[in-house]
Ligand binder design. Sequence first.
Ligand code: FE2
Ligand code: FE2
Length: 181
Amino acid sequence: MALSGTIQDALNEHINQEFQSSYLYLSMSAYYESINLPGFAHWMRVQSQEEYGHSMNLFDFVNDRQGRVMLQPISQPTLEFQSPLEVMQQSLGHERQVSQLIHRLYEVAVQEEDYPTQVHLQWFITEQVEEEKVASNIVEQLKMIGSKGDALLLLDRELGARSAVPADCRAPLRMASQPSS
Ligand SMILES: [Fe+2]
Ligand SMILES: [Fe+2]
């Protein structure tokens, strides 16, 4: 079953959205570098790679369905932030928006009776639960830390230990039934 024009447009829009997320997290990584929190910077950089992987997953899916990928412009991300906490709060807010977009995309797939797209999007729906949980945990920890510098440095060490996304980040995504992170 080939992709309908409606689904193809919606998937292309979401490919762009994931690239947008990747670019935003890279900007957040640059901010953390600038305030000397290399662990947070590393964590955001890995997050940026993960979002790139999400784009590429949909890129492959559109091609596998004999659709046409049409890349759109990526806009400039937020450059400045007030604090380590504000960055994570924005990241959490962003992930909540992405979840809503994926739910809307799923609704389009239901309306179009496109079952392969519905199945494919289920991985993304589960992944968003994880994304929101992880971002919200870090927000809560940063609130607890407040202005305690030693506790902040401890969390920085912990986030710095996040393992990198494999070079071919789409491979595990295409095979995995469960999100890995
Ligand atoms: Fe994503
Ligand atoms: Fe994730």
